[in-house]
Design a binder for this molecule. Structure first.
Ligand code: FMN
Length: 193
C-alpha cells in the first residue's frame, strides 16, 4: 500500500522536528496515536497544548509518548528565549490536531494570546491544520472565512471527515484518521526538504 511505502521512505530521511498543537476537542485523545506513529517514523515530536486542551488530555500522557516536555504556559520563567520563539524555530512542521474553531479563528486573525497561536504566528515552518468540530461550527460562515484566509496564507488543511460526531449526529466535522494525517505530513516534509 502507498502508506507503507511512504513510511519506509521516511525512515531513511533525516529526523524531522514536528510540533503538534493540541486544542480543546473531544478528539484530543487521538493525538496520542499520531505521536506514536510519528516517533515510529524517526520524527522528534514536541507538543503545545491550549488551556482548553488540558480538560481533555493530560500533559503527562503527551510527555510520556513524545519523550519531550509538553508546553502550555505562555508566561513560564526560567528560560532565556521566550518559549513561543524557540518552539517556532525548532519546528520543521507544525501540525494542529485536533484544531478547534476557536484556534482556527485565533490564527486567522493573527492573534498571539496563547502559546500555540503565538508560536504559529512566529514560525516560518509549514503549518498543517486538522480540524475537528460540530458540523454547524464547521459550516458557519465565520469558520469558512477563517479557513479560506488561512489557506490564502499558505496553511494546509486535511479534513474534517464525515461520520458520527461526538455530539451524537452524523455529519462533517470528524478529525481525519491518523493515516491520512501522516500522508499529509510526509508529503509536506518531502516538499520542504
Ligand atoms: C466536551 C466538549 C467537546 C468539545 N469539542 C470541540 C471540538 O471538537 N471542536 C471545537 O471546535 N470545539 C470543541 N469544544 C469547545 C472548545 O473546547 C472551546 O471552543 C474552547 O474555547 C477551544 O479553545 P482552544 O481552541 O483554545 O483549545 C468542545 C467543548 C466541550 C465541552
Amino acid at each position: 500500500m502507498k502508506e507503507t511505502i511512504e513510511v519506509k521512505e521516511m525512515k531513511n530521511q533525516n529526523t524531522s522536528n514536528i510540533l503538534i498543537g493540541v486544542c480543546g476537542s473531544i478528539a484530543a485523545y487521538k493525538t496520542c496515536d499520531l505521536i506514536n506513529r510519528l516517533r515510529d517514523n524517526n520524527c522528534n515530536v514536541k507538543c503545545v497544548m491550549t488551556n482548553s486542551a488540558l480538560n481533555f488530555i493530560t500533559p503527562l500522557t503527551l510527555e510520556t509518548l513524545s519523550k519531550n516536555p509538553v508546553y502550555h504556559k505562555m508566561f513560564e520563567t526560567g528560560y532565556y528565549t521566550p518559549e513561543h520563539i524557540s518552539l517556532a524555530d525548532w519546528a520543521g512542521l507544525i501540525v494542529i490536531a485536533p484544531a478547534t474553531a476557536t484556534t482556527i479563528a485565533r490564527m486567522a486573525n493573527g492573534l498571539a494570546d496563547d502559546l500555540l497561536a503565538s508560536t504559529v504566528l512566529a514560525t516560518r515552518a509549514p503549518v498543517l491544520i486538522c480540524p475537528a468540530m460540530n458540523e454547524n461550527m464547521w459550516f458557519h460562515p465565520a469558520t469558512k472565512e477563517n479557513v479560506s484566509r488561512l489557506k490564502s496564507y499558505g496553511y494546509s488543511f486535511i479534513g474534517p471527515g464525515k461520520g458520527m460526531l461526538a455530539c451524537g449526529i452524523e455529519g462533517h466535522g470528524r478529525l481525519v484518521g491518523t493515516d491520512d494525517i501522516l500522508k499529509s505530513i510526509f508529503s509536506i516534509l518531502k516538499k520542504s526538504k
